[in-house]
Design a protein around this ligand. Structure first.
Ligand code: HEM
Length: 245
């Protein structure tokens, strides 16, 4: 076995892969969230469709997508493998440690939280990525792809919105623990910096998951079937949307 294979299959090697792929996926979330904010522009989907068109046709983005496949693949495979290894090593019967008292709920539930996010991701990729790239369901009468219309109609389905909101709650807890844990694995463990990293992790997790959850909730609760803000929406929201124009 070469040293690379040995390192990558050792417990610490697997944890390093989890940390690096996890931080890489965090950077993807920031880019994806910023792009998706175009949905809030009051322009009938013009900006969002331009962004979606860029994402699906730009050569550099197409190459980066393979990095994303590797990032998600590595994170999921190593995560599950670590989970089963730890489970097999856990003492059964006589419990020396009260795990609940020594660790947080989210740290013990990372595999469950990750699986909920993975389920969401499969449905999400099928509905948006798959349909936009490989079918004509979002192509209008003039032959133009209207990704905005597909998103708006999906977000008028309460079941779909519920899945998004539950998945974002799982993502929130997954990120709260994962962010700090990644820096810890990479050796950044310091009396002075660890609380700061944890605070940034909390902030990051809240902004990302609330940002993603705000989109389906906004379209379901406050817009009509074409994505136009309904006149019954709260006045404060109407003013905010006007300012974003
Ligand atoms: C309200 C929230 C979201 C909306 C509106 C949204 C929208 C979209 C759309 C329209 C695409 C297809 C892009 C294209 O090929 O033209 C896409 C792709 C994708 N989304 Fe999301 N997304 C959301 C949340 C998320 C979350 C939370 C994750 C991860 C946990 C995620 C992961 C992905 C991935 C991996 C892809 C495929 C990569 C790519 O962009 O080519 N999305 N999303």
């Amino acid at each position: 076995m070469s040293w690379i294979t040995k390192t990558l299959t050792s417990s610490i090697g697997r944890k390093i892969i989890m940390a690096l792929t996890g931080l890489f996926l965090c950077s993807f979330l920031v880019v994806h969230l910023s792009g998706n904010f175009q949905l809030f522009k009051h322009d009938n989907g013009l900006a969002f469709n331009a962004y979606s068109e860029f994402m699906s046709h730009n050569t550099i983005i197409r190459i980066l997508e393979w990095g994303l496949v590797l990032g998600f693949g590595g994170h999921i495979v190593q995560g599950l493998s670590l989970y089963f290894k730890n489970r097999a090593a856990r003492p059964v019967g006589y419990q020396v440690n009260h795990i609940e008292q020594n660790s947080s709920w989210e740290s013990r539930s990372m595999a469950l939280l990750g699986t909920i996010v993975l389920f969401f991701l499969v449905v999400h990729l099928y509905n948006f990525f798959g349909q936009l790239r490989y079918t004509d369901v979002a192509v209008d009468a003039n032959g133009n792809e209207n990704a905005y219309a597909l998103v708006v109609s999906s977000f008028h389905n309460p079941w779909y919105v519920a899945l998004y909101v539950v998945a974002q709650m799982a993502l929130l807890y997954h990120l709260v623990h994962g962010f700090g844990s990644a820096f810890h694995t990479l050796g950044l463990n310091h009396r002075k910096y660890t609380p700061l990293i944890q605070a940034v992790g909390y902030g990051f997790a809240i902004v990302v998951s609330a940002g993603f959850a705000s989109m389906p909730l906004y379209f379901l609760l406050f817009t009509d079937a074409s994505g136009e803000l309904s006149s019954t929406a709260p006045q404060a929201l109407q003013s905010l949307m006007l300012a974003l124009r």
